[in-house]
Write a protein that binds this ligand. Sequence first.
Ligand SMILES: C[S@@+](CC[C@H](N)C(=O)[O-])C[C@H]1O[C@@H](n2cnc3c(N)ncnc32)[C@H](O)[C@@H]1O
Length: 503
Amino acid sequence: MTEKKRDELITQIKDNESDFIKFIYERLGIVIKTHQTHELHKTILNAYHKFNEEPKEYLDKLRDCQDHSPLLEHLISGVTVGETYFFRDKHQINLLKDKILIDIIQRKREENNLSLRIWSAGSATGEEIYTITMLLHELIPDIDKWRLSLLATDINMESLKKGVAGLYGEWSMRSIQDYFKRRYFTQFNKEYSFSQQLKELVHFDYLNLNEDTYPDIFNATNAQDLILCRNVFIYFDADKITHIMKKLNACLMPGGYLLLGASDPVNITGTDFIFHHHDGLVFTRPQTNDQPIKIIKTIATEKMEPVPPVCEKIDKKVIAKPEPISNHLDQDKITEMLQSTNWQEIINMIDQTILNDSNASFLLSIKATALANLGKLSEAERICQSSLALHSTNKDMYFTYALILIELNQLTEAEKLLRKTLFLDHQFVPAHFQLGLLLLRNKQHEVGLKSLRNALVIAKSKDTQEEVAGSHGLRYGQLVIMLKHEIEIHTSSGNINYVDQNA
Ligand SMILES: C[S@@+](CC[C@H](N)C(=O)[O-])C[C@H]1O[C@@H](n2cnc3c(N)ncnc32)[C@H](O)[C@@H]1O
């Protein structure tokens, strides 16, 4: 490039700088601070070399592009720092090992509920979730009997792909003890490959924390026991942090933990988080009751009232509750309720509605979803079974039931239900999507990808703004992006070891 062209591009970058910054904030929630503009300039300049787009054209195309676009991915890689490593922050790791994980595991054993749901939100290349996986393996001698849902999400596709591949350099290994290195990694020259067995326990997924796609059983972000969102809030301003904290709050089970990075900004407005003192942590801002503020937030919500079983009521077809408020819930009210993600309120409202032949199967499928989002899987399962006994062609219920069985790790049964859903409605995109994920999880790589591609073809034929049936708020445009990401992650990842049983 000539000196003249370079100067011209730099002038154009400076002229459009504030529009780029505004775009990044609106789309990703990320605030570009003054000291980061140099990186931004470099990223825009590199976009010229990579895509032959001048800064102004690049910005125009970004405004119109979907999340999956290489143009946007280039920008995301340039403005996010995926800095992470195994066993990051010794204090927090000790806290996880000696207190948080022990506490959750013990509580689950007491409840006779051998299941764990852990989410690394803003996972970068996966070192954080794999650290948790190793700790669980050490802490739970009978781990084979447990149902584990370990989720890692990020907006940086390159990072997610590296996470799936599980191949790391020395820099990622700088804080790891030899014991863990020897036990869980295989070394190839200067690279370390993470244990295949443990790697398969983790699901990597694209998720923009700035979008309203969580909590949702659909992407398994619901009913978490522990969320790690460390060193991610550094990107956001106070408004976004407040919004994201509320949403993470809604993703947690009562008694669940949220762990932020030691120096992350904190804002708990509108949440029911409480803070716990713990040794070795730096935050000391006093709360109203003089409790010191700490970086571990334990969600302590009121114990939920047990939800009355509905099976006997359904058997009578017309369900009579004492003093029902209404025998009619209108569509707008339902939509509003679902968007609020206040699952207990949704359940209460449905319980106070007289169910009849025309509304029962629909409302019960929502109630089953709400119960599942609260982690009450057995109750949710019971509702699905009872409802299906009466409405054997209700595809929504088959689908909801399948999602519940996936959470219960009953994959064979879940697969049958997804196929039944598709038998009833072959155009039902969410069932193709979930079937694809399930098959990939079962190491049936080719057929899994085929199901995802089926979902993509149908989703693309829909209006991008139309809500995806069975998803409670997700738009087809967003689903197309999720599907493309999922296909990309699994196409270019280390899944070549997979044996395809159905191919
Ligand atoms: C510094 S890394 C933190 C990795 C890991 N949590 C840790 O503490 O080691 C921050 C990650 O947040 C991700 N991130 C930034 N904005 C995001 C958003 N809007 N949604 C999801 N992830 C985001 C970045 O891509 C990056 O991978």
